[in-house]
Design a protein around this ligand. Structure first.
Ligand code: ADP
Length: 740
């Protein structure tokens, strides 16, 4: 294959630019030319100037931009065979031999139709004398791959579609802002979010913001008088001191009978039944706008990279494949399967078979909805008679990570709802030693969903010597039956210390579960930890600004990021900001590297480059520090450029958690409470202790017995780090383009 085409089609989504950039650069890197097809299928039908070569430098500086620089459109003509006939001719005339199509389910349906008709279209073009038989033979097949660009996250074949995470950012920013004004005036707000057939954005934003009610298409309220039920919950919430009432409505929300539930209707209901001053906010296109999140930039980059590699490997006649992500793994699924499974949900909603719709969305969607239904309650359920009530403790350890509070809130509410007594332990293991236990009830965690930092307090204390006696005594005193530790590396070490002494202290023979929370993402048994996404976004936002500040002058930045001995934040922020060079602790820094890098930099500036960006992890090397690198670059570069450093520091640990971190925190906490119940109610002689993590796209528990084996104790990171395999992607994306 020598030349491929790339297009973005349908509703635009943040991250499409990153995908186009990755497709273009990966293809050129593989020796393949790329043509941009402008304005989606419209450009394919029109041809002419709308299909043209796109080069390495054409896709520079677009990572942080929303929308799509090659344009997107909805195209009527392509819905007709005649339009597709013209499109086929334009593809053949331009010598395009493969396609990468970035769009929603509509656009990918179009791709599937074109693929099915391809040989017929060519035969017709030959008959009409519009292309030669030779050209038709050469273009006998049009292998294609699709990437799902859609803010709705409504398509089978990928856990996340391009744009969904950024849309969630926009929604949570808005709802957080509305919450504060709603609270000052004790008002009710109805917020309408996008999603005609998919409640993903509504459900996840409700989970992330701690909204009080949510209405989604897949699972309408299971009652005729749902309005009364909703008002009842909101009224009770007010009575116990909630100052704001927020209802999130998906654009396509409906009742059991398929009648639409509009935001205006919800407002009417609240005003009539609750007599509350109610305002409606329809977020609309704000959700499609703004700079893509770190996640969307990286997701799109990785998918774009993979799309090209898949396309180049495909058999000519192979069916179109959709490239998506399952967990952190890339997966290719036949387009027909993706379209059919996506349609199952829409069909189920249309037939009003809501159980089937919810089921077809997948297990985690349904589980999240159940969790949400408990979290929004004004008060916990009455305890079930006969159900065993437990006494559970929650504590932190390690550095603060955004999302810690969100996890505590979810754990406490879900525990209390099951009739358990929930204790918070202040100040990590120190509080466990010094008896700083407080009972947490339903309202004591109100408003914690979005709060950064760690309300319970956290530090790096690891118990030793007589501390264990003190801990055992306090656990006995409060009759604690299970512990949830939400924290980082030192928390894992501390828990292991306690766990290893369980035969000496009967009080330690209880299930303990660790929930990974650390911006460094350096914890065993989980591919991602709560807090890392927020830190990554803080870095990316800061670097975007730093880069902007530099365009007026020729400048090189050396940005130092946190991570201790784990290069996750450094590599992922380099990928998301287009840094030319990243220094990781896993690779270290050598003099040879530095000599090579400074020469590359100088070469770039001599060829007209205006901004240089290098990201260095804080512990990449003890001798070649950020200041050392700055001095070296400056000394060698002379007049070519100025060098500045930016040590980002604690802004990386602060800030309110991102939607992704909040959602993970809630889901992980729910799994952990369930785990503790299972262990305590199970029949095993000794309950299991474990750490939970996101592994291969699902939540898994790893027995604490096996955890030390996963840890590199010297460098305080897991032995195996999945994201290291992304290094080649970062390297290729950041290379200077072919000279010229
Ligand atoms: P999205 O891709 O975001 O779901 P649309 O549903 O509007 O957006 O689809 C985008 C474009 O894809 C349409 O304007 C049309 O050109 C093309 N398309 C959609 N469905 C079909 C179809 N069944 N046959 C041919 N082309 C289609």
């Amino acid at each position: 294959m020598k030349r491929i085409g790339v297009l973005t089609s349908g509703g635009d989504a943040q991250g499409m630019n990153a995908a186009v950039r990755a497709v273009v650069r990966t293809a050129i890197d593989q020796g393949v030319e790329v043509y941009a097809i402008l304005e989606g299928y419209q450009g394919m039908v029109d041809g002419g100037q709308r299909i043209r070569p796109i080069n390495w430098n054409d896709v520079g500086g677009i990572l942080h931009q929303g929308g799509t620089i090659i344009g997107s459109a909805r195209c009527r003509a392509f819905m007709e065979r005649d339009g597709r006939l013209r499109a086929a001719q334009n593809l053949v005339d331009n010598g395009i031999e493969g396609l990468v199509i970035i769009g929603g389910d509509g656009s990918l349906t179009g791709a599937s139709v074109l693929h099915d008709e391809w040989s017929g279209l060519l035969a017709e073009l030959v008959d009409a004398g519009k292309i030669t038989q030779e050209a038709a033979d050469h273009h006998q097949f049009m292998p294609s791959v699709g990437l799902v660009g859609s803010i709705d996250n409504d398509m089978y074949g990928t856990d996340m579609t391009i744009g969904a995470d950024t849309a969630l950012h926009r929604i949570t920013e808005a709802v957080d802002a509305i919450s504060s004004t709603a609270a000052s005036h004790q008002r009710a707000f109805v917020v309408e979010v996008m999603g005609r057939r998919c409640g993903y954005l509504a459900l996840m934003s409700a989970l992330a913001t701690g909204a009080d009610w949510v209405l989604i298409p897949e699972s309408p309220p299971n009652l005729d008088a749902w309005e009364d039920k909703m008002c009842d919950v909101l009224r009770k919430g007010r009575a116990i001191g909630r100052r704001d009432s927020i209802v999130i409505v998906a654009e396509g929300a409906q009742d059991r009978y398929g009648n639409r539930i509009t935001s205006t209707y919800v407002k009417q209901v609240l005003e009539e039944k609750l007599k509350e001053d109610t305002r409606v906010t329809i977020l609309g296109h704000v959700q499609r706008g703004g700079s893509p999140s770190a996640f969307d930039r990286n997701l799109s980059t990785i998918l774009g990279w993979e799309a090209v590699h898949t396309l180049l490997k495909m058999a000519p006649q192979q069916e179109t494949l959709v490239i998506g992500m399952r967990g952190n793994r890339i997966e290719a699924t036949p387009l027909s399967e993706c379209l059919a499974k996506t349609k199952t949900v829409a069909d189920a909603i249309a037939r009003r078979d809501y159980d089937a719709a919810l089921k077809a969305r997948g297990g985690s969607f349904a589980r999240s909805f159940r969790t949400l239904r408990t979290l929004v309650r004004a008060l916990p359920h009455e305890p079930e008679p006969g159900k065993r009530q437990l006494r559970l403790a929650v504590l932190h350890s390690g550095a603060p990570a955004p999302g810690m509070n969100t996890a505590v809130r979810a754990a406490v509410r879900l525990g209390v709802d099951q009739g358990h007594t929930m204790f918070g332990v202040r100040n990590g293991f120190r509080g466990l030693i010094e008896d700083e236990f407080i009972e947490l009830d339903w309202m004591s965690v109100n408003g914690w969903a979005l709060r950064g930092g760690a309300e319970l307090g956290t530090n790096r204390k690891i118990p030793e010597g007589s501390d264990f006696y003190a801990i055992a005594r306090n656990l006995e005193k409060h009759q604690i039956q299970g512990i949830l530790m939400i924290g980082g590396w030192s928390g894992y070490l501390a828990v292991l210390e306690v766990f290893e002494r369980r035969s000496n202290f009967p009080a330690f023979q209880i299930p303990i579960v660790c929930l990974p929370a650390s911006i460094d993402n350096d914890l065993p048994g989980s591919e991602l930890s709560v807090g890392a996404d927020t830190a990554l976004n803080s870095i990316v936002n800061a670097v975007d600004k730093i880069k902007q500040s530099a365009v007026a002058s020729r400048r090189v930045f050396v940005v130092e990021v946190m991570g201790r001995y784990c290069g996750y934040l450094a590599l992922m922020s380099a990928l998301a900001t287009g840094a030319e060079r990243v220094y990781l602790p896993e690779e270290g820094i050598t003099l040879t590297d530095l000599v090579h890098d400074v020469h590359q930099l100088m070469k770039g500036f001599r060829q007209g480059k205006r901004v240089g960006l290098t990201i260095r992890n804080e512990d990449a090397n003890d001798v070649y520090t950020t200041d050392f690198i700055k001095s070296l670059f400056q000394e060698e570069g002379g007049e070519l450029y100025d060098v500045r450093t930016a040590i980002l520091g604690h802004i990386q640990q602060g800030g309110n958690p991102t939607p992704f971190d909040r959602i993970q925190a809630v889901r992980l906490a729910a799994e952990c409470i369930h785990f503790l119940e299972q262990q305590l109610n199970g029949s095993a002689a000794e309950p299991m202790s474990a750490c939970i993590g996101l592994l291969n796209g699902g939540y898994k528990f790893t027995d604490l017995e096996n955890v030390p084996r996963l840890m590199d104790k010297q460098f305080q990171r897991p032995n195996h780090q999945w994201w290291l395999s992304l290094r080649p992607v970062a390297r290729v994306m950041a290379r200077p383009g072919p000279a010229g």
